[in-house]
Design a protein around this ligand. Structure first.
Ligand code: NAP
Length: 293
């Protein structure tokens, strides 16, 4: 019976906890910052109720086979103390987040060969601790290796779409094209279809061009056609539809500007690639975020 502990039972962690617990041989527990008693996951396929063991102190946990890190990217550092008690020499840690730093975020804290990067595409939101609404299907992108295949085997439901990539970076960087361009929504306080505005579309295009250049230098395969795909997709979004960085902006919560735009500037510098649009987007969002205090 695989034991699985999920660090960060928010929108994504709670959704994964619900589906993982549906597989009767999985033993699912939760490492939370905020305690709650029961997890209720509303999905497009029905409601999943579960009462897993919930820990709020790392010292109360025990070894497990799998850890799933599903905090926001800027919360990973605070999640690292959980790993000490949870991990034995065979434990694997799946990092399920946006961005492209799934491997590097645990470097120096956990062995890279047992770190499993996961890209998730699944609209979900949390209304209160333990109350999660999954708004669409789960799509997971995994590396086509033993770790990726073993993680996929923890799920047992045809509604979960799992794709294995020979080069996982390709999945992560293609998603980042979308996420990086989404900064325009938070910067203008407009929904996704601000992309219909030619000036907004031009800024998005420049943000994505930088992601493509840096992503290719990092070894990802990205077609130029993604620029048109992302902008067309955003332009046709219904009024009011937005992305998570804009939702965080509206709620005055910390934003993932570092993982979505700052990373392009950091890695661009490493490769000698100029990234003024992403650098400025990250800097302005950082200044805006400071005003939330
Ligand atoms: N939501 C989506 O639709 C979606 C879709 C695709 C990808 N993603 C990505 O998935 C990742 C997670 O996003 P999310 O929307 O699930 O965020 P979220 O709802 O804010 O959930 C984060 C959870 O982590 C918990 N947490 C923070 N620090 C912790 C710590 N040190 N120990 C234990 N728990 C801790 C938070 O606890 P509290 O309860 O105390 O806040 C919260 O429950 C992000 O990278 C996001 O970009 C999200």
């Amino acid at each position: 019976m695989p034991s699985i502990s999920i660090i960060g039972p928010g929108a994504i962690g709670g959704t994964l906890a619900g589906w993982l617990s549906k597989f009767p041989t999985n033993d699912v527990s939760i490492c939370a910052r905020t305690l709650f008693d029961q997890l209720v996951l509303d999905t497009p396929f029905g409601t999943i109720d579960l009462s897993p063991a919930i820990y709020t102190k790392p010292e109360d946990t025990q070894h497990v086979d799998w850890v799933v890190v599903a905090t926001k990217t800027y919360q990973v550092e605070s999640a690292i103390p959980w790993l000490k008690n949870l991990c034995h020499e065979g434990t694997r840690v799946a990092v399920v987040q946006n961005g492209v730093e799934h491997m590097s975020c645990l470097a120096g804290h956990f062995p890279q060969q047992r770190t499993v990067p996961v890209v998730i595409d699944c609209p979900a939101m949390r209304s209160a601790p333990g109350r999660i609404k999954q708004l669409g299907p789960i799509n997971l992108a995994l590396q086509d290796d033993q770790n990726g295949r073993d993680f996929a085997d923890l799920f047992d439901d045809p509604s979960i779409n799992i794709r294995h990539f020979e080069n996982w970076k390709t999945a992560a960087w293609n998603k980042l094209c979308n996420n990086a361009s989404g900064a325009v929504c938070a910067l203008t306080n407009q929904g996704a279809n601000i992309a219909k505005d030619p000036v907004a579309a031009r800024i998005m295009e420049n943000l994505i061009r930088e992601v493509i250049a840096v992503g290719r230098a990092e070894g990802a395969e990205i077609n130029d056609s993604i620029i048109k795909e992302v902008i067309t997709d955003q332009s046709s979004a219904p009024d009011g539809a937005t992305n998570s960085i804009h939702a965080d902006y509206i709620e005055k919560r910390p934003m993932e500007w570092s993982a979505r735009n700052g990373v392009i500037a950091r890695l661009g510098e490493k490769h000698g690639i100029s990234t003024p649009y992403n650098k400025m987007a990250a800097d302005i969002l950082q200044v805006i975020e400071k005003s939330f205090d």
